[in-house]
Design a protein around this ligand. Structure first.
Ligand SMILES: [Zn+2]
Length: 238
């Protein structure tokens, strides 16, 4: 099984690997830092280079335990050593955005007891749906202020991989619907914003909330009687 470097160190932006399988324009590696997407975070983009060749990674997909890199040119054969490099500017913006959404999630749960029902992001922009009965301008400004206060606190952000049984004993994880995980999944990756939020999550995050920078709540919307959607944006620089 390939080593998923992004799971424990989201700051790896370049790496060496060996091609393990090829299928048309798809290539699998023995290790990769390319995030295949999931949990609302889009997959990484970047480049793959080898002796005599270089091409763009235009898409990354996870199928079971395998990560497939979709290349813009014919992949080199299995056994070829390659160097991978992420489009780091984009990935780092996604890390900041993903952590911002978890801060939002943590604040809304702590202060209002509202559960998250979904979310999505692109670099420097994201949205999240909550089970909130009412949403109004004052409430939104209050949430925005609390989110920025928590970001400025400089909470550490940590990823861990726990055995399923141990993860299921953490009460905080229940609200992220961890109990919906299929039984064959024996390990659960968690992302903790220390002192604020703990979730089962596969994404890549910054190491400290200060790296997120200022967050603005730019819009909110009703998506039915219970679901309310909050839109956020980040500054280009933290
Ligand atoms: Zn997440």
């Amino acid at each position: 099984m390939a080593e998923h470097l992004y799971q424990l160190d989201s700051y790896i932006r370049a790496f060496e690997a060996v091609v393990t399988a090829v299928n048309g324009p798809l290539v699998a590696l023995d290790r990769t830092a390319f995030y295949p997407g999931g949990g609302g975070q889009p997959a990484d983009l970047g480049t793959l280079r080898w002796d005599g060749g270089e091409t763009q990674v235009i898409k990354v997909e996870r199928q079971g335990a395998d990560v497939w890199h979709i290349l813009d040119a014919e992949p080199p054969p299995p056994g070829t050593p390659v160097s991978g490099a992420l489009d780091w500017e984009r990935r780092y913006q996604l890390m900041r955005t993903h952590t911002a959404l978890h801060v939002l999630c943590g604040v809304v749960w702590r202060d209002y007891g509202a559960l998250v029902t979904g979310g999505n992001m692109e670099p420097l922009k994201g949205r999240m749906d909550f089970e909130f009965e009412t949403m109004h301008k004052e409430l939104v400004s209050e949430i925005e202020a609390s989110v920025n206060a928590e970001i400025a606190e400089g909470h550490a952000v940590r990823a861990a991989i726990l055995p399923r049984e141990q993860a299921f004993q953490i009460p905080d994880l229940i609200r992220t619907k961890i109990n919906l995980l299929p039984p064959q999944i024996q390990e659960v990756r968690t992302v903790e914003i220390v002192g604020l939020d703990l979730q089962a999550d596969g994404g890549t995050h910054v190491a400290n909330t200060r790296e997120v920078g200022r967050v603005r709540v730019v819009d909110y919307k009703s998506k039915g009687a219970i679901n309310k959607r909050i839109y956020i944006e980040l500054e280009p620089e933290a």
